[in-house]
Design a protein around this ligand. Structure first.
Ligand code: 5AD
Ligand code: SF4
Length: 363
């Protein structure tokens, strides 16, 4: 028999998984064990259990969200991101409201039940522009969910967007550890402000997405434990986690990429802890590993976000190097995506895919 020095003792391991399936937190030291380098057997069992939980909840359905990258301009200077304002090599564009609507039309024809408007913090797409654009989408598409991912704005702006018809908001907390946050961002940004935004969004009734990069520079296991504790406190409806991918012409251009395996482990653990959560198999995962998206779903993810941006600008929304936007990462590739999902016993779930108890109907 093979000795597996990295395994958690079997009784402890099953007790941790049982706690999760009862809806209890394993606690910081329990999480630490679950995140540790486990021998293949236990790591696989975590992912298998998470996949079962996702299949039981969602019947093998994987929600699709049409991702529209509305602007590559950003006033922020996050050290890890290719769109940071100091990157003179970044190619900048900004879609007009009519171009965004065209993407939505294309998306609606393909059967998307959610449009995600994602962009840098672009002062050229100010609160008035966002509000008017959301209103126009809502007027033309009463049945689709509208998700925004346009960074930190005032509570009043978030209120106006919500009123205009936005249902969901993605704003990753990036890291809950303030020292780590300071390593990833210039001093004018703060983790505390980011968390205030997330709480405001929750209070306004948005379905909220938080999350973090895995393997970002300076991240330790304790940072991840802080992240998990924060997610347990905030209880976001959506949890976006992808590996860090180095981006050219940024301070971390030569830093190693994050671990695909650790990302998959985190997806599985968050599925077990938050069975109803909407968890994407992220583009960053698909970028680092040709089978990343499929593996993400096999680890409990239940959302994919194919790219609906105009083909002419896709290459230009370059948050990191080599970002996948073709094949089944693209909205034109839904048939390929369906086949990919069928191979693992899953299928595309059309429809809005709201978190239980939220949305679902016309506004
Ligand atoms: N690698 C991986 N993810 C990144 N993001 C930004 N830059 C990178 C990178 N280099 C993520 C951030 C942000 C989201 C839109 O993209 O977490 O919130
Ligand atoms: Fe701007 Fe977002 Fe990139 Fe930061 S991560 S520089 S806020 S686009």
């Amino acid at each position: 028999m093979r000795e597996c020095s990295n395994n958690i003792p079997e009784s402890t391991f099953s007790a941790l998984l049982d706690a999760l399936s009862r809806g209890e937190s394993p606690g910081r030291e329990g999480w630490r064990m679950l995140l540790s380098a486990l021998d293949g057997g236990q790591a696989e069992r975590i992912r298998d259990r998470a996949f079962e939980v996702a299949r039981a909840r969602f019947g093998g359905g994987v929600y699709i969200r049409g991702l529209i990258e509305i602007s590559s301009c950003c006033r922020n200077n996050c050290y890890y991101c290719g769109l940071r304002r100091s990157n003179r090599h970044a190619s900048r564009y900004r879609l007009t409201a009519e171009e965004v609507l065209d993407c939505c039309r294309e998306g609606a024809r393909s059967g998307f039940g959610t449009f995600v408007l994602q962009g840098g913090e672009d002062e050229g797409q100010d609160d008035d522009w966002m509000e008017a654009t959301v209103k126009a989408i809502r007027a033309e598409f009463p049945a689709q969910a509208i998700t925004l991912s346009v960074g930190e704005r005032s509570r009043e702006a978030y209120r106006r967007f919500r009123e205009a018809g936005a249902d969901r908001y993605l704003l990753r907390h990036e890291t809950r550890n303030d020292a780590h946050y300071a390593r990833l961002h210039p001093a004018e940004m703060s983790g505390a402000h980011r968390r205030d935004c997330l709480r405001a969004l929750k209070e306004l009734g948005y379905q909220v997405g938080a999350g973090m990069m895995v393997g970002s520079p300076g991240q330790t296991v304790d940072c991840l434990l802080d992240d998990i504790a924060f997610l347990e406190e905030l209880r976001p409806e959506m949890i976006g986690m992808g590996p860090f991918v180095p981006a050219a012409h940024t301070p971390f251009a030569r830093h190693a990429a994050g671990s695909v395996d650790l990302t998959l482990r985190l997806i599985a653990l968050m599925r077990l802890r938050f069975p109803d959560a909407l968890i994407p198999a992220t583009t960053a995962l698909a970028t680092l590993d040709g089978r990343g998206r499929e593996e993400g779903i096999r680890s409990g993810a239940n959302v994919v976000m194919p790219n609906l941006s105009p083909v002419a600008v896709r290459e230009r929304y370059s948050i990191y190097d080599g970002k996948a936007s073709w094949g089944s990462e693209a909205a034109e590739g839904l048939r390929a995506l369906e086949q990919e999902l069928n191979r693992i016993g899953c299928h595309i779930a059309y429809g809005r895919g709201d978190y239980p108890g939220h949305g679902g109907g016309l506004k």
